[in-house]
Design a binder for this molecule. Structure first.
Ligand code: ADP
Ligand code: MG
Length: 325
């Protein structure tokens, strides 16, 4: 394990049982996360990208133990947390925070902003000067002191995300799992929130697992990017390398669907055929085979393993050499 890793996820599995009938007999399982591994270094950002339903939120929730993992290991600062007792994990939990796409649903509508930010401080750091800290986090996230006594519904979507971030920061986290934090916001506001998160990272050294459903949003904030498809990572690479030399056909398709601002630049868009299969009965070979323009019999029968193709760049595809030659 690398010394600088703050979070290491190994072969994480989250299978949801499907139960039917009066006796609630298990008739199958949804393999929402199906053997996921990655490392997040201290103070860095890993972008986790993939279409809706591929298991991103489930991954995030499993890391903070809002959902129970059915397999694998998760190390926070070198200590395995999945098998930790609830008492032991309680001390670590503040260090791992999660923020969501719609902070409104997680902000208590009957509490003022000041109380929302004060609550976690009172609980976890009661010995500290609460009012001072509340104002500190408010200022850090670009909100104003006058706004302390207002309620969540009085704020815009972007401001509410700032409140959500301030509340997470109040716990002094080392890792923030940001689950599509800007997907619901206008494009102009998206950039502001992303810049805020970058600045906070520089000042506070927080690591982000930044979840998004397309590659355009994570481009400027990520050090590394993991591309996810149906519960697996299919490509993992330093961010710049991924955009310059995508190796997996799915990554290529995602990149080719990013709009190019300059209309004179031409681009061959790769259109994926078909729909994403259900994680209930995912193909037994390569899960992407049903939509891949390069799929062969081998792909239908054999699941590809992650292969290192260059420094820190890995891909799970039987034909990456041929496709990229
Ligand atoms: N509690 C649950 N029970 C059964 N299936 C679930 C549950 N939560 C999520 N799923 C399924 O797991 C898959 C991954 O979901 P999710 O992690 O929300 O994807 P994403 O965040 O990438 O859109 C989806 O097929 C979803 O329907
Ligand atoms: Mg999600």
């Amino acid at each position: 394990m690398e010394s600088k890793a703050i979070l290491e996820v190994r072969d994480l599995e989250v299978y949801f049982p499907i139960k039917k009938g009066l006796l609630k007999k298990k008739v199958g399982e949804v393999k929402a996360v199906d053997g996921l591994s990655f490392t997040l270094k201290r103070g860095e950002t890993l972008g986790l990208v993939g279409e809706s339903g591929c298991g991103k939120t489930t991954t995030g929730k499993a890391i903070v133990k809002l959902i129970e993992a059915t397999g694998g290991e998760i190390y926070y600062d070198g200590r395995e947390i999945l098998n930790m007792s609830p008492r032991e994990f309680k001390a670590i939990r503040p260090k791992l925070q999660m923020i969501f796409q719609d902070p409104f649903s997680s902000l208590n509508p009957r509490m003022t902003v000041g109380d929302i930010i004060a609550e976690p401080i009172k609980f976890h750091r009661p010995q500290e000067n609460i009012q001072e800290l509340v104002e500190h986090y408010l200022e850090l996230t670009g909100l104003k002191k006058e706004q302390l006594s207002r309620y969540p519904h009085e704020f815009s979507g972007g401001q509410r995300q700032r409140i959500g971030i301030a509340r997470a920061l109040a716990l002094n986290p080392e890792v923030i799992i940001a689950d599509e934090p800007v997907s619901a916001l206008d494009v102009s506001i998206q950039a502001k929130i992303i810049n805020l998160m970058k600045r906070l990272q520089e000042e506070l050294g927080i690591a982000y697992l930044f979840i998004a459903h397309d590659l355009s949003i994570v481009k400027h904030i990520s050090d590394y990017i993991a591309v996810m498809y149906l519960g697996n990572i299919v490509e993992l690479s330093p961010a710049k390398e991924l955009y310059q030399n995508p190796a997996h056909p799915y990554t290529k398709a995602l990149i080719s669907s990013i709009p190019i601002p300059d209309p004179r630049k031409k681009k061959d868009e790769i259109i994926l055929k078909g729909e994403i299969p259900s994680p209930l009965d995912a193909p037994s070979g390569c899960k992407f085979a049903t939509r891949c323009p390069y799929a062969t019999t081998k792909c239908n029968n054999q699941r590809p393993k992650m292969e290192v193709i260059s420094n820190n760049h890995q891909v799970a595809c039987h034909h990456w050499k041929k496709i990229n030659s």
